[in-house]
Design a protein around this ligand. Structure first.
Ligand code: XMP
Length: 561
């Protein structure tokens, strides 16, 4: 069957391409300063002998990034690009199909974003999700109208055409997750309804030639068969082979790093976190001693952290590491500082100083390696600047020496966090490091309310060590986004033996979260809380009271400062 003629004109597509200018974020500006050139978002990361990718065209849905992750879980490389991305950027990826994401707009509103003409002119398969389905409907000559009422939440999808390639392996009826206000009033010519729900007679539509629309969200966990549908689309409709594996990624990455660095020298700041650990390991695997890692001990790390990090990288992996114990310097700079943002500023600035001094000692250096991940890239190129983007921008990049003129080396630039972990494991990093919970750059300084002192750091380290130990013993560590202790500036009265005590109050924070943007307090078993509390008051003499933080984010944040 012949592909429909796109109703969108070239003029229209040009207009779309210029709406919503992409905001160049601070991140890219700083990166440019460092590298002297803007890092290009290219398709270099596509793996396998034969490049293939599915491209998600982003219309601003909160789930857009999730679609890309789901496709990659099917071992098909996927990138998320703005709806006004130029064709050249996409052609480079060798796309096998497009997914049009959901979005907050209504297609019939003036200026609503539409798909560029090349999507239809490419004659590649297209899957429109929610708003994406409405975009297809409008652009190919159907009719979208406001629904009588918003449909939000669970619905049961009934297949009217179980033979559609999209439905292979699906039961006749299956739960799906809906979230839409508009509905398809009239399908474009040549389309038929392939499935329905109680409220949506056209819950899935198709043209019999590779273009599909879904009214529901297959990417969310609430649609249990969603991944099967996406898998069917990428394999059965787009004909992908599925060559996106971390093994392939590593092989290609090693070759690319060798080529890019070409005998030059690279420095990398090691923090003990998973991203910098994986960056350092993959670069070391590629170029060995041409890489020097700088590990700054700011005196704000947790117990045994320095020793553990040095053991893995220096002893086990044989990396070239410059370890700097700068704890006294940081502590001196933090004297009298109580404001949380001032703490961050002081720590960030001092880090740059120490890093620069150490980097000078390395001699000639050409590249600065950085653990930038794909969500950072997406956030920094999207027009919506989120709070989390600011945190990341500030901390991932703010900690770098902007005055140095180095080229950037970012081998993880196209990976999601779970992929980084897989790469770490395949490179032989210890599980403990790969699955480490996030730890903030300013470290324990923002978990001590008020002034940071040596004494308080020791108290917090002891309490924190017990929390970590008990959480790990209870096998809860991986389920929690973060779990830690906070040393408050409250002192309270207690009794020990026959004596009155006047000691510190320690708070315990344990949260579950997907991405740190929102979080819920973890319902830790009482027994675990009891053990943590009892051990802290018994083993840390300065502490006589322990409380558990039971607030979610929002309105609280995860860290107390
Ligand atoms: P909040 O406290 O804002 O934290 O809910 C969200 C996530 O960000 C981490 N965080 C930081 N990370 N430098 C960092 O590198 C910081 O200054 C910082 N502040 C918060 C926090 O641990 C959580 O994972």
């Amino acid at each position: 069957m012949a592909r429909k003629t796109p109703k969108q004109t070239q003029a229209e597509s040009r207009r779309i391409a210029t709406t919503g200018d992409i905001e160049v974020s601070t991140y890219l500006e700083i990166a440019k300063e460092i590298s002297g050139e803007q890092p290009a978002v290219t398709a270099e990361a596509v793996s396998g002998a034969e490049r293939e990718a599915v491209v998600v065209i982003d219309f601003g849905s909160q789930y857009s990034m999730l679609i890309a992750r789901r496709v990659r879980e099917c071992q098909v490389y996927c990138e998320l690009l703005p709806h006004d991305a130029p064709w050249e950027k996409i052609a480079d990826l060798n796309p096998r199909g497009f997914i049009l994401s959901g979005g907050p707009s209504s297609v019939y509103e003036p200026g609503a974003p539409l798909a560029p003409a090349y999507i239809y002119e490419s004659h590649l398969p297209i899957l429109g999700i929610c708003y994406g389905m409405q975009v297809i409907t409008k652009q190919l000559g159907g009719l979208v109208a406001p629904g009588a009422k918003r449909e939000y939440g669970h619905a049961i999808l009934h297949l009217s055409d179980p033979d559609s390639p999209l439905f292979a392996g699906l039961p006749p009826s299956t739960p799906v997750w809906m979230s839409h206000g508009d509905k398809i009033e009239e399908m474009p010519p040549g389309f038929t309804a392939l499935a329905y729900t109680e409220n949506s007679p056209i819950a899935v539509m198709g043209d019999g030639d590779g273009i599909f629309g879904l009214q529901f969200h297959p990417e969310v966990a609430h649609t249990p068969e969603g991944k099967t549908i996406l898998r069917n689309f990428v394999y059965r409709v787009c004909g992908c082979k599925g060559n996106w594996t971390m093994g392939n990624f590593i092989n290609e990455s090693l070759a690319r790093i060798k080529e890019q660095v070409d005998g030059g020298r690279v420095i990398c700041a090691l923090s003990g976190g998973v991203d910098s650990a994986v960056v350092a390991t993959i670069i070391h695997r590629a170029i060995g001693d041409q890489l020097t890692c700088i590990f700054v001990n700011n005196g704000l790390l947790r117990r045994e952290e320095v020793e553990r990090t040095l053991k893995v990288f220096q002893q086990n992996l044989g990396m070239n590491i410059r370890y700097v114990d700068a704890s006294e310097r940081f502590l001196a700079r933090l004297k009298g500082v109580t404001d949380p943002e001032m703490k961050r500023k002081v720590i960030g600035e001092e880090f740059i100083r120490v890093f620069e001094e150490e980097a000078k000692k390395v001699g000639r250096v050409d590249f600065l390696a950085q653990g930038t991940l794909y969500p950072d890239v997406i956030e920094s190129t999207s027009s919506v600047s989120t709070a989390s983007a600011k945190i990341k921008t500030h901390h991932n990049v703010g900690g770098l020496p902007a005055r140095m003129t180095l080229k950037l080396l970012e081998p993880l630039r196209y990976l999601f966090k779970d992929e980084v972990r897989q790469v770490g494991l395949e490179l032989g990093l210890p599980e403990e490091m790969v699955w480490r919970q996030p730890f903030p750059g300013p470290g324990l300084a923002i978990r001590i309310i008020g002034e940071v002192t040596k004494e308080k750091l020791e108290i917090l380290r002891s309490a924190d060590f017990i929390v970590m130990n008990e959480i790990k013993k209870a096998k809860l560590y991986r389920q929690l986004w973060q779990s830690f202790a906070i040393l408050t500036d409250v002192k309270s009265v207690g009794v020990m033996g026959d004596y009155r005590t006047y000691g510190y109050l320690i708070a315990i924070r344990a949260v579950t979260s997907e991405d740190a943007m929102t979080a819920d307090w973890a319902r830790l078993p009482y027994e675990v809380l009891a053990r943590i509390s009892s051990r802290i008051v018994n083993e840390v003499p300065e502490v006589n009271r322990v409380v558990y933080d039971i607030t979610s984010k929002p309105p609280s944040t995860i860290e107390w400062e």
